[in-house]
Design a protein around this ligand. Structure first.
Ligand code: C2E
Ligand code: CA
Ligand code: CA
Ligand code: CA
Length: 286
């Protein structure tokens, strides 16, 4: 009957739209993948640096390096657009090496300009990059060649790291620690790590995910989740960095709760290298 016929028609056209979308997605993915392969050779990646401040005395603690892709036709692409694909295709390994080397070269220059000031740069490591047999070698070569002190380089790993190979991950992290690098657990609280897992890894700090910082509103005085994370961290002797801090009242509350460091739009958006140069002049030459 007519109703059935309409439903079928609607269903049919729905199917068609869906398959066209699938087609567009597959095509976009393919062109992204091809572009990603060429991006390194064409020098299209760039790093932005987001400042991290100490909540106790407001000094500039360091920066988090965040990659962007200056795409030839699509403009500046956020890592959310291409890092997942880079991870799937293993391109994350050479891209991650590029990030490490670029960060060390930038740190070398800044440390030569401001030898009396020390600050760190945090680098995000994908699990696949961490598990790659050449990682430790790459890190040490970059540090050695640029003469950057290992304690200036902080590596951010995520909770999902080594869920399948915990022993292997522990050994890699211990090797990095033995060479003086600092390790930070990123997006803390969003994953599925157990406490025993956390205590078994040789990490120095936790980064509290933005979703928890968001719970601090102007009127909400109950911050039991952040409170619990901070006491846990203190108990394990870990430092805490709050991410995604956007408001002054969050800074005040985090300070009261004993959080050590913070980063977020309240302080600064991620900056270009030139903007970092400017910031350092303002802070250190004043
Ligand atoms: P992430 O490591 O959690 O980095 C923090 C993200 O939050 C960054 O996004 C940063 O720009 C953004 N952010 C900082 N402060 C605020 C704030 O106050 N409010 C809001 N709404 N957002 C804030 P971005 O740069 O787009 O990076 C996204 C993710 O891409 C990163 O999340 C990280 O997982 C990944 N990523 C970035 N660079 C690299 C890299 O070099 N290697 C790898 N493997 N992953 C990277
Ligand atoms: Ca991070
Ligand atoms: Ca994070
Ligand atoms: Ca994140």
């Amino acid at each position: 009957d007519i109703a059935m016929y309409r439903a079928k028609l609607a269903g049919g056209s729905c199917y068609q739209v869906f398959s066209e979308e699938m087609h567009v997605m597959a095509r976009d993915r393919l062109s992204l993948e091809v572009g990603l392969q060429q991006a390194l050779e064409r020098d299209e990646f760039t790093l932005h640096y987001q400042p991290i401040y100490c909540l106790k005395d407001n000094h500039l603690y360091g920066f988090e390096a965040l990659i962007r892709w200056q795409h030839p036709t699509e403009g500046l692409l956020s890592p959310e657009r291409f890092i997942p694909l880079a991870e799937e295709t293993s391109l994350i390994v050479p891209i991650g090496d590029w990030v490490l080397w670029q960060v060390c070269r930038d740190l070398q220059r800044w440390q030569e300009q401001y030898p009396q000031h020390s600050f760190c740069v945090n680098v995000n490591l994908s699990n696949r990059q961490l598990m790659h047999p050449s990682l430790v070698e790459q890190v040490l070569a970059a540090l050695e060649q640029t003469q950057v002190p290992p304690e200036s380089l902080h590596l951010e790993i995520t909770e999902s790291v080594g869920m399948d190979k915990p022993e292997q991950v522990r050994d890699i992290l211990l090797a990095l620690k033995a060479h003086g690098l600092k390790l930070s657990m990123d997006d803390f609280g969003t994953g599925y790590s157990s406490l025993s897992y956390l205590t078994n890894l040789p990490i120095d700090s936790l980064k509290v995910d933005r979703s928890f910082v968001k719970l601090i509103t102007e009127t909400n005085q109950q911050h039991s989740v952040i409170d619990a994370i901070l006491s846990l961290a203190k108990g394990l002797n870990l430092e805490v960095v709050a991410e995604g801090v956007e408001h002054a009242y969050q800074v005040i509350r985090l300070r009261e709760l004993g959080c050590d460091y913070a980063q977020g739009y309240y302080f600064s958006r991620p900056l270009t290298r030139e903007q970092v140069d400017q910031l350092l002049v303002e802070r250190y030459r004043a």
